[in-house]
Design a protein around this ligand. Structure first.
Ligand code: ATP
Length: 488
């Protein structure tokens, strides 16, 4: 039998245990769209909580935000997305499969940047020796053409006044568009950051590997505003802080690395960019981007000042984006509406921005992959997820050893008390060994069993998921014991 890759095992466990399902499965499924089941939604929420705790809650210099997905179309004109956010594609004349031109190279990097389409067109290479990744035909491609990555939709009930809108392809622009609001209301001073977690949408040409690259996904983004000149220091700070976040939550260090972008790979406005990469188990083990950290300089705020100056033109053009140019930059742009007045230095400037941009689904996949383990226990295979306690969907499961002698009642009482503090699960069905195995597969750090001795001395067994060791803990001490171990 062909060797099943670790990813296949994980996909199958995710389906079997209710972590992740194919979207619209009862209708045959919708490609590259996924739904998080009962365990999956807990896991993903915990990933988001851990990010929020580290990036917002534990810091005095970051505040949160939650923007709408639909934004004014000029936001995307100013950010450059309406003109540049496209991939160059070519279609195989044999099988009609469309491929990203930059992915046709043999050693194609998955993380190739989206660049201005005119620049990409100019750089396009000869495709006569390129191989179609679908059917293997050589050199039978159409001329390259741009393929827009933003999903369009219509807003407004009447055909006449409906407007073309975009589903946001990143959450960051909502932060820039609210920079002034936050500055005026949150009593913040530079350096400070604005963080947001939310859905983004990209009509990706090729999707990949389960929840790794999908067309609807969640991002966790921070825009950290600082005084120009201090940006390099903050870039280093966030680079380390974000790398440590993954390690602290249990990703093995040997599966993580930085990949600094070369100068010719950088977006024209970016001063520096680094990817945090994880060694995903696709093919023979693939280093892939988990998160990008960029020094975006003052580009975005300056672009939005230009966007604001374009508003009149847009009205004159019947609220239509096509055929309008973004207004030029004011001469005194550094004093513009998105500038910052530095009280101490009595000067006004446009702040620089450091942006750590992470994918929630992609990091959830990395946490699943790293936690997944198989081991032989007394001649049987034990599948388990060794999640960090902060990420584990269920923190403790409570069982009566058998369904008699008052054990279920005692176990229910313990369960009802513990669930006030963290997510718990109660199970009284089936052999105890099988109940343990089910919790191992769900990644539950502790199983608590009420047995015959509980009645005599008020103790229960606490079984550790990773070592499978069991100790007896007094029911009075149980909550404290678990809270200390779980750090909750
Ligand atoms: P990639 O080249 O892998 O598509 P990107 O460089 O375009 O990613 P960014 O625009 O830097 O990605 O987005 C920041 C993060 O958002 C990525 O590091 C990734 O974790 C996540 N992300 C981006 N696109 C997708 C997608 N289609 N599906 C899932 N996550 C995504």
């Amino acid at each position: 039998m062909a060797k099943i890759t670790k990813l296949d095992d994980i996909v199958s466990l995710c389906k079997r245990r209710g972590f992740i399902f194919q979207s619209s499965e009862i209708y045959g499924g919708l490609a590259s769209c996924y739904d998080y089941g009962p365990l999956g939604v807990e896991l993903k929420n915990n990933v988001k909580k851990a990010w929020w705790k580290s990036v917002v809650q534990m810091r005095d210099d970051v505040v949160g935000l939650d923007c709408s997905i639909l934004m004014h179309p000029l936001v995307w004109k100013a950010s450059g997305h309406t003109d540049k956010f496209a991939d160059l594609i070519a279609e195989c004349k044999k099988c009609n499969t469309r491929s990203r031109v930059d992915h046709l190279n043999e050693q194609a990097e998955e993380h190739t940047e989206h660049i201005a389409i005119d620049k990409a067109m100019a750089a396009v290479q000869d495709l006569s020796n390129k191989v179609c990744p679908n059917c293997g035909t050589v050199g039978q491609f159409t001329d390259p053409m741009p393929f827009k990555l933003m999903f369009e939709t219509q807003m407004g009930a009447n055909v006449d006044d409906s407007m073309t809108m975009y589903l946001r392809p990143e959450t960051a622009q909502g932060i820039f568009a609210n920079f002034r609001n936050v500055l005026d209301t949150a009593r913040v001073k530079l350096p400070f950051g604005i963080a947001q977690i939310g859905k983004s949408f990209r009509n990706e040409v090729t999707t990949k590997a389960f929840i790794f690259r999908t067309r609807e996904f969640e991002q966790a983004e921070l825009e950290f505003f600082c005084q120009p000149g201090t940006d390099e220091k903050w870039y280093e700070h966030w680079k380390q802080a974000r790398f440590n976040w993954y390690v602290d939550l249990g990703l093995k260090k040997e599966n993580l690395r930085f990949r600094e972008h070369d100068a010719d790979e950088l977006a024209h406005y970016a001063k520096a960019c680094v990817d945090v990469e994880y060694k995903f188990p696709f093919g023979s083990g693939d280093w892939q981007e988990l998160e990008g950290i960029a020094n975006r300089t003052d580009y975005d705020l300056r672009q939005h000042q230009r966007g604001m100056r374009t508003l009149n033109k847009w009205f004159e053009n019947d609220q239509d984006l096509t055929n309008i140019e973004l207004a030029g930059e004011a001469e005194d742009f550094h004093k513009g509406p998105l500038s910052y007045f530095d009280d101490e230095q009595k000067t006004r400037y446009i702040p620089y921005v450091i942006e750590p941009s992470a994918g929630i689904d992609r990091s959830t996949l990395a946490f699943l992959v790293d936690a997944y383990d198989e081991e032989e226990v007394r001649g049987e295979t034990r599948n388990l997820l060794r999640f960090h306690p902060a990420l584990a969907p269920v923190k403790a499961a409570v069982f009566p050893l058998v369904k008699r002698d008052g054990m279920p009642e005692t176990a229910k009482n313990i369960y009802n008390n513990l669930k006030k503090y963290f997510n718990c699960f109660y199970d009284e069905k089936g052999a105890i060994g099988r109940r343990y195995r089910r919790q191992d597969e769900a990644g539950t750090p502790f199983c608590i069993t009420v047995d015959g001795q509980t009645n005599e001395d008020n103790t229960v067994t606490v079984r550790d998921r990773d070592s499978m060791e069991q100790i007896r803990v007094s029911t009075d001490q149980l909550l404290n014991y678990l809270r200390e171990k779980l750090e909750v």
